[in-house]
Each structure stands twice: as structure tokens, then as C-alpha cells.
Design a protein around this ligand. Structure first.
Ligand SMILES: NC(=O)c1ccc[n+]([C@@H]2O[C@H](COP(=O)([O-])OP(=O)(O)OC[C@H]3O[C@@H](n4cnc5c(N)ncnc54)[C@H](O)[C@@H]3O)[C@@H](O)[C@H]2O)c1
Length: 326
């Protein structure tokens, strides 16, 4: 069992990944600013929580000591929220990255797993975009993801195993909920307004259920070094157009739901292949978009989420605007 540092462990993915890895017997340290709330992780003897900033190099040099694995999730996620304050985004998503990697190397971390994004591919006409295809990132968020991938690969060695995941858009319920990602947006609107506004509609988006996202990190943790070292893996299934996603949501939430179509200037459209992670590591998903919509419906029914249409904690842009982080 390993000592694992998760940066951003209080975020959407981290809030499920952290208890999952503890339950598997690991000792987890979470470093997070807890921008989206502090009560997302339950106390546990095998969990250490540090509220802090990944840009604090002194903290990073201390917190990477005695860690076997670093999973780097902390980020100003979501393309539009990145445009709020370009300097802030750059300082967190790019500038803080090299010091984190260097301190991990100095402190003998054995494995570093980086959450990149499948948005690094930009708009692609080809179907089944694989890890060898060119990157055409369209936004600063995606460009910095691509830059960090390159930085990380420079530090790869026998003693420092590096792996990059390029996840699709994550969907489903988690203790720290995001309702600003496509499946979750549409499910929230369908449940509460009985009407889904579809922006564009024909853009293709790959999706991954949050439980599968979490499982994919475990698969990397347990993999033999020679299968993952210096490797990049897409992690995304359910390549669907936004319109198709809306139809799936409707099928889970009720026939009465109406569709309204509007224009969009967010034309990111890509169809990714996740054959590599399946063929190399035997990873395949257990859940799909229907499950994500169902899980969210249950969370809404059980009133687990407070004021889901407007609560800034579920919407990265709104929250970032309101806290004015420097
Ligand atoms: N959710 C998705 O659909 C998706 C898709 C592809 C890639 N990813 C990547 O996966 C990772 C996790 O995504 P998520 O959806 O959980 O994001 P999230 O926004 O929910 O979580 C990010 C966490 O990082 C923390 N954070 C931000 N800046 C920090 C700083 N300077 N210091 C310390 N903590 C800081 C936030 O408080 C938050 O808890 C991100 O790197 C994201 O880019 C996510």
C-alpha cells in the first residue's frame, strides 16, 4: 500500500478518488485550497488534509516528502472559468507545475500521475482520436495542459515513473458536485426546469462516468511500471453529440422534457478512442451516461444538493468570480 498525495483532492474527481483510495488501503494526503467547499472529505485515520496552495513552493517541498505517488488534479478547471483571470490560470495551471514535479523528483516520489484533458486535441474531423495524433488546443486551459504534459515527460526516469491521463468530460454524482459539465448541466436543467437548453447540438463530446474516472487512477497505481512509464492514455467512452446526450437525459428523467436549441461559440468537438488503456491495462468502463443521469436524479430526489440551479459551489465560474482568488 502506498502513501499518495492528491493535489486538488477536494475537487469533483478528488472528492470520490480520495475515499476510494483510502478504502483500498492507501494513506492519502490531500492538498487543496477547497475553493468549492471544505466539507467534502470525511475524516479518516488514513487521510491527512492540508489546506494550501500548490503555488506555495515551501509547502510543496515539505508535502512531497515520504510520498510514493503524486496524483496531480489541482487546477482551475473548465475552459470558460479559465478566461476569468488569465494570470491566475497561468500561475496555477502552468507555472506551479514544474516546481511540483521537481520537488517530487527531489523527494524520491516513485510515480507521478497527471490529469491532463482530452480537450488538448481541439476540434478534429477524424473519429477515434488517439494519443499519437497532433494536439491543437484551443484555449489557455488546454494549451497549459499540453505544456505540462511535455514538462512532465522531460523528468521521466527509471526512478520517476510518469503517466498522463487525458480524461473525457466527467459526469455523475460526487460529494463535491459540479453542475457545469455537459451531462450534469443537462440533467440539472431537465430535472428542475423540465426543459433543456441545447447550445449547438452537433458537437461531439466524449464522456466518462466519475466512478470509472476514479477506477482509472487505481488502474494506473496498480499497473506494472513498464506498461505506464512515459505513457499517455485517453480515458473516455460514450462519444456522443450534445443532442444525443440530451436525449439520453430525457430518457432517464421523463418524456415531458422539452428541448430548446441555441447557438454557441464553444465548438470544441472531438471523438476520442480509449483503445490504448483498454489494450494495455485492460481498463474498460462499468458505467455510462444513463447511470450518471440516474445518480444525479437520485441526488436531487434526496435533496443532497442545495439550490442546484444557482448555488455557486456547483459552478466553477460563478464561484471563482465570487471569491476573486489572486
Ligand atoms: N471534470 C472533468 O470533466 C475533467 C475532464 C478532463 C480533465 N479534468 C482534470 O481533472 C482534474 C480534476 O478535475 P475536477 O473536475 O475534479 O476539478 P475541480 O475544479 O472540481 O477541482 C479542482 C480542485 O483544485 C483545487 N485547486 C485549484 N487551485 C488550487 C491551488 N492553487 N492550490 C490548491 N488547490 C487548488 C480546487 O479547490 C478544487 O478542489 C483537473 O486537473 C481537470 O483539469 C477534469
Amino acid at each position: 500500500m502506498s502513501n499518495i498525495l492528491i493535489t486538488g483532492g477536494g475537487g469533483y474527481v478528488g472528492s470520490l478518488l480520495t475515499p476510494y483510495l483510502i478504502q483500498k488501503g492507501h494513506k492519502v494526503t490531500v492538498l487543496d485550497l477547497f475553493i468549492y467547499g471544505e466539507d467534502v472529505l470525511q475524516k479518516n485515520n488514513n487521510l491527512k488534509v492540508v489546506k494550501g496552495d500548490i503555488r506555495n513552493e515551501d509547502l510543496i517541498s515539505k508535502i512531497t516528502k515520504n510520498q510514493d505517488i503524486v496524483i496531480h488534479l489541482a487546477c482551475i478547471s473548465n475552459d470558460p472559468s479559465f478566461e476569468l483571470n488569465p494570470n491566475l490560470g497561468k500561475s496555477i495551471n502552468l507555472d506551479a507545475f514544474r516546481p511540483l514535479v521537481e520537488q517530487s523528483v527531489s523527494n524520491n516520489v516513485k510515480k507521478f500521475i497527471y490529469a491532463s484533458s482530452s480537450s488538448v486535441y481541439g476540434i478534429k474531423k477524424e473519429r477515434d482520436v488517439n494519443e499519437l495524433m497532433s494536439l491543437e488546443p484551443l484555449t489557455d486551459y488546454s494549451k497549459y495542459k499540453a505544456d505540462c504534459e511535455k514538462i512532465l515527460l522531460d523528468y521521466q526516469s527509471d526512478k520517476f515513473i510518469v503517466t498522463i491521463l487525458r480524461p473525457a468530460t466527467v459526469c455523475g454524482y460526487a460529494p463535491r458536485q459540479r453542475l457545469d459539465v455537459v451531462v450534469n448541466i443537462l440533467t440539472n436543467l431537465a430535472y428542475h426546469n423540465r426543459e433543456i437548453k441545447i447550445f449547438g447540438g452537433s458537437q461531439l463530446r466524449p464522456n466518462i462516468h466519475i466512478n470509472d474516472m476514479v477506477k482509472s487512477y487505481e488502474v494506473i497505481i496498480n499497473a506494472e511500471d513498464n506498461k505506464i512509464d512515459g505513457q499517455i492514455f485517453n480515458v473516455g467512452y460514450d462519444n456522443k453529440s450534445v443532442k444525443e446526450i440530451a436525449k439520453i437525459v430525457k430518457s432517464e428523467l421523463g418524456d415531458d422534457i422539452k428541448f430548446l436549441t441555441e447557438k454557441t461559440n464553444d465548438n470544441r468537438s472531438y471523438h476520442i478512442s480509449s483503445h490504448k488503456i483498454q489494450n494495455t491495462l485492460g481498463f474498460s468502463p462499468d458505467f455510462n451516461i444513463n447511470d450518471a443521469a440516474k445518480d444525479l436524479k437520485i441526488a436531487f430526489d434526496e435533496k443532497k444538493l442545495k439550490n442546484p440551479l444557482n448555488n455557486e459551489f456547483y459552478f466553477n465560474i460563478k464561484r471563482m468570480q465570487s471569491i476573486n482568488l489572486k
